[in-house]
Design a protein around this ligand. Sequence first.
Ligand code: NAP
Length: 323
Amino acid sequence: MEKKQVFLTRTLHNFALKELKKRYKIEIHSGKIPISKTKLQVKIQNVEGLICFPYDKIDRNLIDNAKNLKVISTYSVGFDHIDIEYAKIKKIRVGHTPEVLTNATADLAISLMLDILRRVSEGDRIIRSGKWLKIYGAYDYVGTDPQGKTLGIFGLGRIGSTLAKRAKSFDMKIIYHSRNPVSKNKEKKLGVKYVSFKKLITQSDIISIHVPHTKETNQLFNMKIFKKMKKTAILINTARGKIINEKDLIIALNKKIIGGAGLDVYELEPINKKHPLTKFENVILAPHVGSSTKETRKKMAEITIKNLNLGINGKKPIYSVGY
Ligand code: NAP
């Protein structure tokens, strides 16, 4: 029997490719990342399985073009790049990789928060540019303690809850907002308090975003919100870039409307050294590496393949969205 065809928009770990090759006829895009829409359209015409990444836009048009497609397996927990509703109509399974990347992403949010509070990257830049000329005294180069500060978690799901556990050990006051409060038991265990969105943005010293990118959260953090935040507030975003209106964020930082930002994700990725965000000392920039540890990335590859194997045979992926 002829092997089913699978297309990957980028290569994966060797163990993953080996496993895929045993079962399928695979083709891997090796050119410019992300693959162009026109090329992807051609490549997925006859395949039954697609492995994609968060920067591959899998829209209605593309889905219509893939006549034999049974499963889309994304190497990410976020699935805002896939038209889930349309995939459902077309009875195409969609799998994603939650849970295994929760710790890594929460750890990155904590790293960004501590880095900006204690000015770690800024200090690194001072040394590397030869500007550390005297031992710092009482008033020089002071940071801010996390202890006693209010951390506002926007979206107390898997990553938000794990961040709360981490932040508790820094003796922070933790408030959160999601559309639905979690159980009282969970709130007690995590040491968190449910507040309205308005209270979250006005009371927090640090706001960390952990909601998915959806129609409701698109550009939600804009000038109107920045103006309501504390002047010293720090905004951390390890969720999706489009949740923040970047132009407004740059104005807010320039006009000192907020205190700083720690970002892993951007409206358009990758960003380069000419991006306006790079000029702020009070902004830490990470290159979309929330889930990027060798342990996590390996687990993500394992789940991506399991999801693909199930979906290509018409079964529900272990972590399934939509159909
Ligand atoms: P999750 O478990 O589904 O948690 C999402 C939380 O957001 C839930 O508590 C949900 O609660 C809340 N929420 C959803 N829509 C909301 C809205 N409109 N307003 C307020 N709250 C809302 O997801 P997760 O695994 O923690 O991941 C969160 C996001 O992180 C992912 O979607 C992904 O985009 C991003 N991520 C990024 C990286 C990276 O590399 N930087 C890595 C992993 C994940 P309710 O339903 O009650 O509102």
